[in-house]
Write a protein that binds this ligand. Structure first.
Ligand code: ADP
Length: 245
């Protein structure tokens, strides 16, 4: 179960920020992480969090509280101004070139706005990253069908995004995120554009993925969804992290 470490305590190992080796136990660890953007905007302050392999964690908080920034630190789109981030025993700040690309292959990412390619079919959208990574055609075919089946869209493989509802488009983006079988799935406001029924469908799929062993982190400000889903929650308020919502 995920653990917020709010104070410096005996649970928090004191570590030199430039240390080269990852701490043990958790799949994701943040230690006293702060993020200030170059324009001076302070997004996160002193965040410490442990997420174990197999956890499902909601991150909630108002718009602008720092939820997206937290996820960006995990997939190396942003680097912390202070503190350490460890993901799958690697520190994105210490990775160079291809190493960061390799880490990102172990992290599936789902965005609020789906980010599908309009002129590509569902099948092409889901497999595009595998093509880019040099997977063979038979291997792509072998992975494509189970990923589409997992999100209930095997019958829509040849459709274009504009032929799908918002909920279906989000499910395509989930299939794209998991087709490379990553151990970690980060979903940033995945239900932000969806009605309650479609939101619940998306969360049910995320729960199913968690049941097969994927560690899932979801940002949302939908309290109803959090209640229904019944997983641990942390809240970001003014850039600081608190347990519960
Ligand atoms: P949330 O996802 O909870 O809406 P964000 O992580 O997007 O919050 O933003 C947290 C804070 O950081 C906000 O004040 C936002 O304006 C600021 N911020 C986010 N991204 C940038 C950026 N690239 N440059 C400057 N400030 C940013």
């Amino acid at each position: 179960m995920a653990q917020v470490l709010n104070r410096r305590s005996s649970q928090v190992p004191t570590r030199d920020a430039a240390s080269q080796s990852p701490p043990a136990e958790a799949l994701i660890q943040l230690r006293q992480v702060s993020k200030t953007y170059p324009n001076g905007s302070s997004a996160l302050t002193g965040i410490s969090l442990d997420v174990k392999g197999g956890d499902f964690l909601f991150i909630t908080g108002h718009s602008g509280s720092g939820k997206s920034t937290l996820l960006k630190l995990l997939y190396g789109a942003e680097l912390p101004s202070e503190g350490e981030v460890w993901v799958d025993r690697q520190n994105p700040a210490q990775l160079r070139g291809n190493q960061l690309a390799f880490l990102r292959r172990r992290i599936g990412i789902v965005f609020q706005d789906y980010k599908l390619i309009p002129r590509r079919t569902v099948a092409e959208n889901v497999s595009v990253a595998l093509w880019a990574q040099g997977y063979s055609r038979p291997e792509i075919q072998r992975r494509l069908q189970p990923a589409l089946k997992m999100v209930g869209l095997a019958h829509k493989a040849d459709c274009f995004p504009e032929e799908l509802s918002g909920g279906e488009q989000q499910r395509v983006s989930i299939a794209r995120a998991i087709v490379g079988t990553p151990p970690i799935l980060l979903a940033d406001e995945p239900t932000g554009n969806l009605d309650p029924d479609n939101s619940w469908q998306v969360v049910k799929i995320l729960k199913k993925l968690n049941q097969i062993g994927i560690t899932v982190l979801v940002t949302t400000h939908d309290e109803n969804l959090i209640r229904l889903a019944n997983h641990p929650v942390v809240q970001i308020r003014n850039g600081r992290l608190y347990e519960g919502n």
